[in-house]
Design a protein around this ligand. Structure first.
Ligand SMILES: [Zn+2]
Length: 354
């Protein structure tokens, strides 16, 4: 196993304190990892994450006009979001290195997840979060016993403050957005999809994307299987964003957009203006011939409510972004009525009620 910088094609020996490339500062990625070996060499910290159910949404597929929609119920993870897959491996690596204090910044779900895994591992976690994050997410982080730092202004301020705090005190900055172990941990999502669906993989996977860990890890894992001949197709990957915060859509379509145009959004989990792994996000979309589209606040709330009313699934608005995006992709004929789609229900509705 080694760390690779995909930006300048260099590789280094893995080290827990290293998340970004020394030469170009791009976040590092784990290569050549044996997941089974990793679980033997690390002191594994687990809360029973993963193994989420995959179900078919028959009413939603008829309403939106596709042949099949699979939903993978990531809201059933221990802290209510897919982030637990990444936190389990990241905190296991940190615990194995004997580190006892970490600093993280988050819009909410990753903070709650890192707080929970730190709690069980006996690690002190300082979580920096925007002060306007949903109250349920802030409360969840506090109840796990993390030291919470509420930072005024937009999401990026929390990141800046967290980095400085860690630097000043010589604490490990364990950001889920750049940590290679976190990204590696989220691969179990698509590994489960590949194992369960086998030769019936969906044509498209539609993901709400802020900093892109789920999109990137899905691409890395599925592409690895595809290149080795283990899959009969490589699903197209889509990054869906809100109209209010759309740096990825703007990059994919060459539309000018800057942080000054950022507006408030109910999709708080993906309100990231400057994803540090942008290059990998763009690679995943381009290499799978996918796309990136943005959706309105009204359409997000429409699908949050509709999927609850029709399918009995209560998700946070950030997760409903995928359904609004799917409607748009079907309307624009990027996805055909005969196609099948997989959507991760990334987070529980109880985390953010608007
Ligand atoms: Zn580099």
């Amino acid at each position: 196993m080694y760390f690779e910088c995909i930006n300048c094609n260099t590789s280094v020996d893995p080290h827990i304190s290293m998340s970004i490339c020394d030469d170009c500062s791009y976040p590092l990625t784990i290569r050549n990892n044996d997941a089974a070996l990793m679980s033997k060499t690390l002191k594994i910290v687990t809360l029973g994450e993963g193994g989420s159910k995959l179900i078919s949404l028959t009413k939603a597929s008829q309403l939106i006009g596709v042949s099949k929609i699979y939903a993978k119920l990531e809201n059933s993870n221990p802290t209510g979001s897919f982030k637990d897959r990444g936190s389990a491996i990241m905190i296991s690596a940190i615990k194995s290195a004997g580190i006892n204090t970490i600093v993280e910044d988050s819009s909410g779900n990753a903070g709650a997840s890192v707080a929970a895994y730190s709690a069980v591992a006996g690690i002190t976690s300082h979580i920096f979060i925007p002060e306007n994050a949903p109250k349920a997410k802030i409360d969840q982080i506090s109840i796990y016993g993390a030291k919470i730092h509420k930072i005024p202004g937009h999401r990026d301020n929390a990141e800046k403050e967290a980095k400085q705090f860690a630097l000043d005190r010589n604490f490990l900055y364990a950001s889920h957005n750049i940590n290679p172990f976190f990204l590696e941990g989220t691969k179990s999502f698509s590994r489960e999809v590949a194992m369960e669906l086998g030769s019936n993989l969906p044509d498209h996977i539609v993901i709400p994307v802020g900093n892109g860990s789920l999109l990137i890890s899905t691409y890395l894992l599925l592409n690895e299987l595809w290149q080795s001949g283990s899959l009969n197709k490589l699903p197209k990957l889509y990054a869906i964003q809100s109209e209010a915060v759309k740096p990825i859509v703007s990059q994919v379509h060459g539309i000018s957009w800057s942080v000054t145009q950022k507006k408030n959004t109910c999709a708080d989990g993906i309100a990231s203006t400057n994803p540090p792994r942008m290059r990998q996000i763009l690679d995943a979309i381009r290499e799978t011939k996918g796309d990136s589209v943005s959706v309105t606040e009204d359409s997000i709330i429409k699908y949050r409510n509709l999927i609850a009313e029709q399918e009995g699934i209560f998700m946070e608005p950030t997760s409903a972004v995928s359904f609004a995006g799917l409607e748009s992709l079907v309307h624009n004929k990027r996805i055909k009525s005969s196609d099948s789609v997989l959507i991760p229900i990334t987070g529980s509705g109880l985390k953010s009620i608007v």
